[in-house]
Design a protein around this ligand. Structure first.
Ligand code: UDP
Length: 242
């Protein structure tokens, strides 16, 4: 794939890609076999990067930053740039799994509460016959556990590592261990394993189409209702940055 345009949203360079472009980019990276990071930037992640320098640096050095969520697509267009469509992290992960089953690529699930990655594995095996999930590991660990986790991932030799540790832990952990792991493509996937395992629901399609997925997530997890404020704050900040 040729180099895509980057759109600067509050300092984060987001790739103006379609789902198809994103998949092509990733498949290309798997073939070239040099470890890269893929990030899925929603409004909350971009807001966080504005005050988290390390996250900003990681995102701006990632191989691909897809426009995850209606907020990111709106911001790009509001700032006068082309942004073809939303590329949700969950959907991108599903596309990659579908292709992995066909191409016999190996995938590793790392993250979420104990038992979730295993359930997600069973779901993936039912959805994408022939898929090879070569390992799972929950996302709750101490620094002392890290060498074992890294050794297990390396031994499994995945082509794709999906890390569900939440933002920004997953991006920071992956960026820190990228070279050591030697996995061609590592991607932070947030709540994807939870949704696959049935622990968390995804917004119904009508809400996704009405660009209300953020509202659904906020309402489903009332403990984190404060996080809902990230979107109006983001809208305000983007409007002011124009
Ligand atoms: N998680 C994890 N380790 C941690 C913190 C969180 O594995 O130390 C998992 C959590 O169980 C959930 C996932 O990370 O499955 C995503 O968390 P959250 O919904 O907070 O992510 P975000 O919305 O930031 O992507």
């Amino acid at each position: 794939m040729s180099k895509t345009a980057k759109v600067n949203i509050l300092g984060v360079n987001v790739d103006a890609v379609t789902m198809r472009d994103a998949v092509a980019h990733i498949e290309n990276k798997i073939e070239s076999n040099t470890p890269v990071l893929v990030a899925t930037a929603n409004a909350e992640m971009i807001m966080r990067a504005t005050y988290d320098e390390e996250l900003m640096h990681i995102l701006n050095n990632a191989s691909l930053v897809v426009p995850d969520g209606a907020g990111t697509v709106w911001a790009a267009r509001h700032l006068g740039h082309e942004m073809p469509e939303r590329v949700a992290g969950y959907d991108l992960a599903q596309e990659l799994m579908k292709i992995a089953a066909q191409k016999k690529q190996r995938i590793y699930f790392f993250g979420s509460a104990p038992g979730v990655a295993e359930k997600a594995k069973h779901k993936a095996e039912a959805l994408y016959p022939g898929i090879n999930i070569v390992g799972t590991r929950n996302g709750f660990f101490s620094a002392a556990d890290e060498p074992t986790i890294i050794a297990a991932i390396k031994a499994a030799k995945p082509h794709i590592l999906l890390a569900a540790l939440g933002v920004p832990k997953q991006e920071k952990w992956l960026a820190c261990h990228l070279e050591e792991l030697g996995v061609p493509v590592s991607m932070g996937v947030g709540g994807t394993l939870d949704v696959m395992a049935g622990v968390m629901k995804r917004a119904p399609l009508w809400m996704q189409k009405a660009k209300l997925e953020w509202l659904f997530r906020g309402l489903m997890q009332p403990k984190r209702i404060g996080r809902l404020m990230a979107l109006p704050k983001f809208v305000l900040k983007v409007s002011r940055s124009k």
